[in-house]
Design a protein around this ligand. Sequence first.
Ligand code: GAR
Length: 224
Amino acid sequence: MSKKIRLGVLISGRGSNLQSIIDASKNGMIDAEIAIVISDKKDAYGLVRAKDNNITTLIINPKEYKSREDFDKKVVEELNKCNVDLLLLAGFMRIVTSALIEPFRNRIMNIHPALLPSFPGLDAQKQALEHGVRFSGCTVHFVEEGMDEGPIIIQAVIPVTDNDTIDSLSERILKYEHKIYLIAVQLFTEGRLKVEGRRVKVNKDGMKHTVYKDITGDTVLINV
Ligand code: GAR
């Protein structure tokens, strides 16, 4: 029986990935509970989602800190107060520094709406469409210094059609973001992830948890 790990979630906006994590922690899809949601934007809709579910929230205003490092140190202080085991960036639109990454090395994940290392940064779906790729998708990775950088845990591949717009592609990718983030969290919870250099080795022995069914049970390729 795996223990419930404590999650910290950093957001900047809508919070649909946060919502999927909230739902999954409540219905047992993942063996984890959200200890705190922190936003760098006071009007992030994700804060409403967290409050509606009685989850502790905190707004940390970047303008009140002299540097990115000082902001990140404050985030770490708050996460430590809540005994956070695993930190999730879920639409957190800030570059994070070593001040945040080091204390959470290999315990901090990010989700990005592209097949990294293609199209990091803002507007990944627009970048992919403009580049004319035939496949895009989404990636969950451990966070290292750099924009959307770090060892890849899981990716879902989504075909791009001739009729796709930024909105239609974003919507299709988002559906799989919500699936693969849960899988990555559960893999961590069960101690199945081992970082070796740039590669993440996944121990797939006896994977029975329901959250894993999408790995094989879907026409869109999800690979861990
Ligand atoms: C998601 O598509 C996420 O992958 C992306 O921001 C969106 C947040 O949506 N993150 C990045 O682009 C990180 N570089 P959400 O607030 O509804 O979860």
